[in-house]
Design a protein around this ligand. Structure first.
Ligand code: FAD
Ligand code: ZN
Length: 461
């Protein structure tokens, strides 16, 4: 840090270990935006604490100076939450990283907020356990970011969202107060469950510094089936049949509409086509198995049944990890493929499965007026009622018009964000999913915990 410093930064440089405070130039463009790259902006400086105490010291100084701060984890967010706004300091958790311990008997792990999800997953696996949260950004997203966004991903149908994995939490409030509730207990009804204030609130109420996470036994194998159906009704029937057949062993049920599958398959040059014919819908079905030989036979029988009764149009079981990886890559490359769509626009809507046909019919009728011939790709976590829509627009005005169609058609029954959060990008649409009293209560909480509005201002509310 060599610039002429204002008193705030000078105070921080003096109090914190060398290398903690970097100029924006020293830190590099990585800190200018999250994965969306929308409204990228250099922060005033980047602060990289290594401990909770350093986070507390930073926030004490910023609170005293009413200096706005943007919290940054792995910067894979899809709502612009971690993208700086002009004049903000970036508080990066990337060096507050590492798994502190794993308790195989209790089935818990204590982990620092900046730990990449994949690192935490690997530490659990080393003990024959699993951290059940899983998403395509696992190599870069951080556990703190996962908590702040209440991330969902591919195994929600079986294990719930990040909220369900958090047993204990440590967070630093806007004024530097450290709330340490790192309890590994599953059951704890002693008063308010304050940790929930920091799950899914996108860094607006506090900075997550450490957490105790719940672990589950790891399956011996994950069996992957790829199934095609001729209609949406058949896809829903397949989901229902898979739930009935495999119960708690159903680990994932990921749906892809034909337009997304073809786009991803071609773009990835993903090898041999899984099926000779093209089908309107595809599902990637994963069964968690503790007894692979028996479960393989059950999966084969299940697929034979749904083929015979006409629910499935075609089906296969991945015969190797490599084949399963290839199929998963088609589904998981959405984030990477999005970057090829010119000015990419992605949606993350939630709605009851029973409303999906009507919703998508309305989009089919209204979207061409905005996009013309260009497709709106559809895929998502069908079992969770969560659809992802993705396309490229030519101008900002087109994105605004598309928002109106996609969110307008959800009014009264859906949510504008199933899992990615509101951030900066969906802020204006929050009232479409939350009532005035809910919004007023959110503002009350924000004012109580961050009276000077320094934590992630302009996000969510
Ligand atoms: P960032 O992007 O750095 O930050 C996200 C938000 O959290 C910001 O508001 C930030 O201020 C806040 N924040 C970050 N760290 C902290 C902290 N320690 N304390 C307080 N606030 C903090 N999301 C899903 O839910 N499901 C998916 O299936 C999914 N798949 C994805 C696939 C790809 C390829 C990509 C690129 C993204 C995907 N995402 C998905 C979105 C993203 O990965 C998640 O939102 C993830 O949880 C963000 O973590 P992060 O560390 O990158 O957070
Ligand atoms: Zn998703």
């Amino acid at each position: 840090m060599t610039d002429t410093l204002d008193p705030l930064l000078e105070g921080l440089v003096t109090e914190l270990p060398a290398g903690t405070v970097l100029t924006a130039a020293e830190a590099g463009p990585r800190h200018h935006s999250d994965w969306t790259r929308v409204n990228a902006c250099a922060p005033r400086a980047v602060l990289r604490p290594r401990t909770t105490e350093e986070v507390a010291a930073i926030l004490r100084h910023c609170h005293a100076a009413s200096q706005p701060v943007v919290v940054q984890g792995g910067l894979t967010g899809l709502a612009g939450g971690a993208t700086p706004r002009p004049g903000e300091l970036a508080l990066s958790l990337e060096r507050l990283a590492g798994v502190e311990d794993v308790d195989p008997d209790g089935g818990t792990m204590r982990v620092r907020a900046g730990t990449p999800l994949a690192v935490a997953q690997a530490a659990a696996e080393a003990h024959g356990l699993q951290l059940a949260l899983d998403l395509g950004a696992r190599g870069s997203c951080t556990v703190g970011g996962n908590i702040a966004t209440n991330a969902g991903g591919n195994r929600v149908i079986r294990y719930g969202m990040m909220r369900e994995q958090v047993l204990g939490l440590e967070a630093v409030l806007a004024d530097g107060t450290v709330l340490s509730a790192l309890s590994p207990m599953l059951k704890n009804n002693a008063g308010y469950d304050l940790k929930q204030l920091f799950v899914g609130t996108e860094g607006t109420l506090g900075v997550v510094t450490r957490a105790v996470l719940r672990l589950h036994p790891a399956p011996r194998e994950r069996l992957t089936a790829f199934v095609a159906t001729g209609s949406f009704t058949a896809l829903v029937a397949l989901l229902r049949a898979a739930r009935a057949a495999f119960g708690g062993q159903l680990g994932s049920f990921e749906a892809m509409w034909q337009n997304y599958f073809e786009f991803a398959f071609e773009a990835l040059k993903a090898g041999a086509r899984p099926f000779a014919a093209r089908h309107p819908f595809y599902a990637l079905v994963e069964v968690e198995s503790l007894d692979p030989a028996a479960d393989q036979a059950r999966l084969e029988a299940f697929l034979a049944g749904v083929l015979e009764d006409g629910t499935a149009a075609d089906a296969l079981i991945a015969r190797s990890l490599e084949e399963s990886g290839r199929l998963w890559r088609i589904r998981e490359s959405a984030g990477e493929l999005m970057q090829r769509l010119g000015m990419p626009v992605g949606y993350d809507v939630s709605l009851p499965i029973a409303r999906m046909v009507g919703y998508l019919e309305r989009l089919d009728a209204e979207v061409p007026a905005v996009l013309g011939e260009r497709p709106l790709f559809v895929f998502g976590h069908l079992g969770d009622g969560n659809l992802h829509l993705m396309t490229g627009v030519r101008a900002l005005a087109e994105a605004v018009a598309l928002d109106r169609v996609v969110y307008g058609a959800l009014a009264g029954f859906g949510s504008v964000s199933a899992e990615h959060g509101i951030g900066q990008l969906k802020r204006h649409w929050l009232p479409a999913s939350r009532g005035p009293d809910e919004l007023a209560t959110m503002r009350l909480l924000k004012a109580a915990l961050d009276p000077r509005g320094i934590l992630n201002p302009g996000r969510v509310l």
